[in-house]
Design a protein around this ligand. Structure first.
Ligand code: ADP
Ligand code: MG
Length: 177
C-alpha cells in the first residue's frame, strides 16, 4: 500500500554533511522524495512533534530502562529516582533543545509501506544496537549511556514517523499550511 512518511535529518546529520548520503539511501531503496526543506525548527514545533501524552513519554522512558538493564547500568545514576514517564519528559526536553540548535532537513517520502520501510532503513533508535547496514548503524556509534552522561539525546541522525497515524500528523505539522 502506498504511504507517505516524514523524515527529519537531525542537526548531527546536517552538520556532518550526511544529508546527501542519507537521502540517497532512501531513494536507492525505491522511495520517492515528494517534499524537502532545510530549516530551523522552533521549540514550539519540536514540542508538538514529540507527543506530550503519558503513553509516549512512558514508552521512551521504558525503552531507556530496558536498555540500562540489558547493559547492567543503574538508571538512578543518570535519572535519579524517576518513573518511565519522568525519564521520557527529561528526554523530550533534551530533544527540544537539541533539534532547535542547528538546521534540520525535513522531507516526505512516498512508497510501498513507506512507514515500515523507512524505519527499517533508519535502524534501531540506539546506533550501537542498529544494524551496520542501516543509516543509524552506518553513520553513528552513539549509545543511551554516552548521551545521558552528557545530559543530551542520543545523536542518531534521523527521525522517522513510527506509524501511519504519526506520519499523517507529522507531515501536516511540518508541511501543512
Ligand atoms: P525513534 O526516534 O527511534 O522513534 P523514540 O521515539 O523512542 O525513538 O525516541 C525519540 C528520540 O529520543 C530518539 O530518536 C532519540 O534521539 C531520543 N532518545 C530516545 N531514548 C533516549 C535515551 N535513553 N537517551 C537519550 N535520548 C533518547
Ligand atoms: Mg519515535
Amino acid at each position: 500500500m502506498t504511504q507517505e512518511t516524514l523524515v527529519v535529518i537531525k542537526p548531527d546529520g546536517v552538520a556532518r554533511g550526511l544529508t546527501g548520503q542519507i537521502i540517497n539511501q532512501f531513494q536507492e531503496a525505491g522511495l520517492e522524495l515528494t517534499r524537502l526543506e532545510l530549516r530551523r525548527a522552533t521549540a514550539d514545533l519540536i514540542e508538538r512533534h514529540y507527543p506530550e501524552d503519558e503513553a509516549w513519554l512512558s514508552s521512551v522512558g521504558g525503552k531507556t530502562l530496558a536498555d540500562y538493564e540489558r547493559l547492567g547500568l543503574d538508571p538512578a545514576d543518570y535519572f535519579g529516582d524517576a518513573t518511565p514517564a519522568m525519564i521520557g519528559r527529561t528526554i523530550k526536553g533534551w530533544l527540544v533543545d537539541y533539534l532547535t540548535q542547528g538546521p534540520v532537513v525535513a522531507m516526505v517520502l512516498r512508497g510501498n509501506d513507506a512507514v515500515t520501510k523507512v524505519r527499517a532503513l533508519c535502524g534501531n533508535t540506539v546506533p550501537v544496537m542498529a544494524d551496520p547496514g542501516t543509516i543509524r548503524g552506518r553513520f553513528s556509534s552513539d549509545s543511551a549511556a554516552a548521551a545521558n552522561t552528557e545530559k543530551r539525546p542520543i545523536h542518531n541522525l534521523v527521525h522517522a514517523s513510527g506509524t501511519p497515524d504519526e506520519a499523517d500528523y507529522e507531515i501536516s505539522l511540518w508541511f501543512g499550511e
